[in-house]
Write a protein that binds this ligand. Structure first.
Ligand SMILES: Nc1ncnc2c1ncn2[C@@H]1O[C@H](COP(=O)(O)OP(=O)(O)OP(=O)(O)O)[C@@H](O)[C@H]1O
Ligand SMILES: [Mg+2]
Length: 348
């Protein structure tokens, strides 16, 4: 099982559950449950399989892992490096992330001197340079990498992680195998959350976990963080508690709002929007949440759903252009209601 193997070698589950950091504060669960082995990584199974094959035969190409935040890119690279180098990890890996200085000088000096350094590694293995959040490196620094990657490729391999692979310059992309991670499926996040709940002895109900998945949108880091915040805030994972912590408009209210639009009850819909506005949610919060809820409503005809999404999309754009007012939201509600009016009602 993923969770049990991730805790291998660190003590029993109950010991780990009590584990706290030096000051006695509880560790963030995202770090505590960061997978240590490739087989513990949840989701993207085909890509992870490829990494396992690479780890087994040791024939590493330069790689780029790209994908949205919190889905296991950094974790995968570290697991791969551990699998390849074992005890030699400390000497054999140089990690540079966005918080390190990574200008041209660093590429010229630090990376080069690491690449030149002699290190004893298991037979057939290479040193690994991890460039995390590589899309934040300047184009100049990336240019400086081109030749370095080639010259030292007999001893050193590069592993890059980034959110947007198009921010990596073409020549570097062409030197690397690009692995794309997609966002995690609901079932995958759910399984992991349940495992953590069990290990941390967290009480929950199914709607609570569903709310965590809804708010995280395939981002495992966010799901785990929200789980921990809700647990430390309320001690129980229920839908209401999760939405209080995540501070998003409650989907049930939004569902009712869309129902009102579907039934062309504009007064009721406007008063719901007003309530949300008075609670302090911003126009973007409201419109993004409405979008996510509309997608999940089953009894909205396909045609209407498409039209609703189109209107919501236009409103989102206008809000991002700077007009995030209550009037803007009201206008959206009016347009949604109008879509459901019978044609004869529109005759003047
Ligand atoms: N696929 C996964 N399987 C298990 N845990 C995961 C997975 N993805 C993320 N996590 C959890 O989320 C935390 C953050 O993951 P990670 O640092 O790998 O994200 P990332 O993809 O590198 O994100 P970013 O783009 O923000 O750097 C991990 O410590 C782990 O607890
Ligand atoms: Mg990362």
């Amino acid at each position: 099982m993923a969770s049990s193997s991730s805790t291998k070698g660190k003590g029993t589950v109950s010991e780990i559950a009590k584990h706290t950091d030096a000051e006695g504060y509880e560790m963030p669960w995202v770090e505590k449950y960061r997978p240590a082995l490739l087989e513990d990584i949840v989701g993207n199974s085909e890509t992870v399989e490829r990494l396992k094959v690479i780890a087994e035969d040791g024939n590493v190409p330069h790689i780029i892992i790209s994908g949205m935040p919190g889905i296991g890119k950094t974790t995968s690279i570290h697991c791969l490096a551990h699998a390849l180098l074992g005890d030699a990890y400390k000497e054999g890996v140089l990690e540079l992330n966005a918080s390190d200085e990574r200008g041209i000088d660093v590429v010229r000096n630090k990376i080069k001197s690491f690449a030149q350094r002699k290190v004893t590694l298991p037979a057939g293995r290479h040193k690994i340079i991890i460039l995390d959040e590589a899309d934040s490196m300047t184009a100049g620094a990336q240019q400086a990498l081109r030749r370095t990657m080639e010259i030292y490729s007999n001893t050193t391999r590069f592993a890059l992680a980034c959110n947007m692979s198009n921010k990596i310059i073409e020549p570097i992309q062409s030197r690397c195998a690009i692995l794309r991670y997609s966002k995690l499926r609901d079932a995958e996040v759910l399984k992991r959350l349940k495992e953590i709940c069990q290990m941390e002895d967290v009480k929950y109900n199914d709607q609570g976990l569903a709310a965590l998945i809804f708010t995280a949108e395939g981002d495992m880091r966010q799901a785990i963080n929200n789980l921990q915040s809700t647990f430390s805030g309320f001690g129980f994972i229920s839908q209401d508690n999760v939405f209080k912590i995540c501070d998003q408009p409650h989907p049930i209210i939004l569902k009712q709002l869309i129902k009102d639009c579907q039934n062309c009850q504009i007064d009721q819909a406007l008063s719901r929007i007003n309530d949300l506005w008075e609670k302090g949610y911003s126009a973007v919060d409201i419109v993004v949440s409405i979008f996510r809820v509309v997608k999940t409503i089953d009894d909205l005809q396909e045609y209407l759903k498409l039209e609703f999404i189109r209107e919501i999309g236009w409103t989102h754009m206008r809000i991002l252009e700077g007009v995030g007012t209550l009037v803007q939201l009201g206008a959206m509600i009016a347009r949604l209601c109008k879509l459901t009016l019978p044609p004869q009602a529109l005759k003047i």
